[in-house]
Design a protein around this ligand. Sequence first.
Ligand code: MLT
Length: 404
Amino acid sequence: MFQVNDNYQKLPGSYLFSTIGKKVSAFSAANPDKKVIRLGIGDVTQPIAPAIIAAMHKAVDEMSKAETFHGYAPDLGYDFLRNAIVEHDYRARGCDISADEIFVSDGAKSDSGNIQELFDVHNRIAVCDPVYPVYVDSNVMAGRTGTYDAATERWSDVIYMPCTMENDFVPDFPKETPDMIYLCLPNNPTGTTITKAQLQEWVDYANKAGAVIIYDAAYEAYISEPDVAHSIYECEGARTCAIELKSFSKNAGFTGVRLGYAVVPKDLKCGEVSLNAMWARRHGTKFNGAPYIVQRAGEAVYSAEGKAQLKEQVAYYMKNASVIKAGLKEAGYTVFGGVNAPYIWLKTPAGMTSWEFFDHLLEHANVVGTPGSGFGPSGEGYFRLTAFGSYENTVAAIERIKAL
Ligand code: MLT
């Protein structure tokens, strides 16, 4: 008789955004007359920018002719895209990263779930709490997290680094020494971030502890303050301790197109073993490359036209963030984030739990958000709204919340 991977049985409930999706579908089915506004999952709403659409059309046409047709993509990514990434995302910022350290993928969610495969099952992981659930859940599936305590909502072998209003959402160095440290900056879900000087402290800490930092920079395009690093490789020493994950979903609206990349520096080693070589081996074995059309779309993100159009798109979403923040403040809420990230993190009112507030908002304002406790125990009593809706829906949602 075959056996299954028992670690899956340890996972409590379903994936956060699946649970929310089911709740909202049930509400809509029961209330067909109510127009629900979704500010829950961080999914973009604006169309792909014209410069990118033009590049995709051109690539589609190329696929229609034998002379310009493309079959399997190189498993690590086309050079045209890897070179554009290096030039614009790294060299332009003074970061020493080369094209053979870039691994093009179908998105940062896959990379952040898959990257743990490179590490021993006995490694201790440290995560911010609250945290993007993929980091913890993928480690649960791998059997790295120990046992789950339903009362505390914590895994025995995970090191939690609480990020709450009491510490300005800046994680403290953990008391126990971790082997793998997940950092998402600017942060999902809290919408807050840390300064480059604070990030440098994490790099120094990791190098000293012999730990690896898995640095999720999916929201980098939303940074507006000058003292915030756009890449962990702006910090000295990051090449020996950090893997960076990037997404095209949030800066270019590729949530449905799918494209991302991981940076694994050649200096990142465990003894003599190169993680760059390991990740290349893994990619070659398990991944057939992102589609040519999509990689051409990714290249257009870095064109002068593409950059200008995407700057406007980011500004559009950040205007929503200001609307949400100002409106909620006016209504007496305590709010965070929304300056360097497209998420607003708020304290639930009147001592409601995160899920109580979720139900309250859905029922009385027909607005969907994300309960903070879905991101970890320290998220209890908080709630997340995304700025990725349309402007009109964002304004309408805030008016409804103000009227509660
Ligand atoms: C979120 O809402 O946290 C994100 O959109 C999820 C994701 O990027 O996978």
